[in-house]
Structures are given as structure tokens and as C-alpha cells.
Design a protein around this ligand. Sequence first.
Ligand SMILES: N[C@@H](CCC(=O)N[C@@H](CS)C(=O)NCC(=O)O)C(=O)O
Length: 209
Amino acid sequence: MLQLYFFPMACSLSSRIALLEAGLDAQYHFAHIWTKKVVDDDSDFRGVSPKGAVPVLVLENGERLTESAAVLQYIADLKPATGLAPAFGDPDRYRLQEWLSFIGAEIHKGFLYPTFWYKDDGSLSKPRARITPTLSVPSAHLADREFLVGDRFTAADAHLTWALLVLRPAGVDIAQWPSLSAYLERMQARPAVREAIATEMALRKTLAA
Ligand SMILES: N[C@@H](CCC(=O)N[C@@H](CS)C(=O)NCC(=O)O)C(=O)O
């Protein structure tokens, strides 16, 4: 069975959403990204992945795959009929990769990482200034579209949904982009997205306690 190492409401949420959307069973392991301990057995998370970062997907053959863009596409390709990723050779496959790169680099590492996850000591003025033009890109794209790629939910939507959810606690009010607010509401109405968020929010609360 597939295994996913995750931290509640971290970027690994999108991999959980993809697994649920694909109807794939998996074992989930809570990896504490600050202490680098696997919560199940207090083992060293760096022994699972030297990156010490989630997501880590353990494949059926025991290999470990990291990086959300790769993990999400792997999950999607296990169940091609779900359309979570357009087939290789379809021009939309490159659109999917374009969005996964943009979300991972520009929103996640460019903004969420320094301002929310790791609260860098350095000046946050540049990431804060960049997030507005950055978000105007998906906002304009989604003004007249239901999904990021094509006409169905893909792994890119799973990843953007996670990023938009975390923007709120990172201090960005996405209400200023009505197309993004409406999109997030649509995505949150999906049963798989709702289930993934409910599961991880419950775990997140145990952390704060
Ligand atoms: N490029 C990686 C980034 C993974 C990443 O930074 N994950 C964060 C949580 S959102 C993490 O586990 N950070 C722990 C660390 O960097 O020490 C991806 O897209 O999957």
C-alpha cells in the first residue's frame, strides 16, 4: 500500500487530496517537520527522507518519492481515468506542470515559506510585495474558468487549494481576489477536499494544544 508522510495543513495536504480524489488507499504517517520526528514511533524523519520535508510518498516497491509536483503526478498517473493529470502527450500536461511549478516556487517558496512556515529573520517586505502580482495570475486565469487546467479538477487544483487555505493564516486576505475566493469555496465543496481538510485540521489542533 502507498504511504504518505505528511504534516497537518502543510503542502502534503494536496497529496492527501489527490489520493482521496483518486480513491486510493494509503497509510498516513504524521511527520513533525520542526522536530523531524515521525509521530507514530518517534523515529528520525530524516531517515525517511534526508530532505526532512513533507510530502514523502512511499511507493508500492518501497521507493520514496518527494516533491509535491512529482508526488501529485505519480498519484494522478495511478488512476488516469480520474483525469487528475492529463495524459503525457496532451498539451494540457505541460499546463499542469506549469501550474505546479508556479504554485510550488512562487506561492509556496516565494511567500508561504518565509512568512508562515519558517518566519525568516530577514526582511519580509519583498515576499509581501510580490504576493499581490503573483496571486493576480491565478486570479485572472480563474475569472472565467472553473479549474486551473482544462475542464476538470486536476492535481494543480489540489495544490492551489492548499496554498490558498494557508494564505489566510499567513496574513493574506484572498477576498480581494473574488475569483480566488469563489474558486476556493468551489474546491472546498468537493467531498475529497472536505475530508482531507477535516482530517488535518483535527490533527493540527492537537499540535496547538
Ligand atoms: N519543494 C518541496 C517543498 C516541501 C516543503 O518545503 N515542505 C514543507 C512543509 S509545507 C516542509 O516539510 N518543510 C520542512 C523543512 O523544510 O524543514 C515540495 O514542493 O514538496
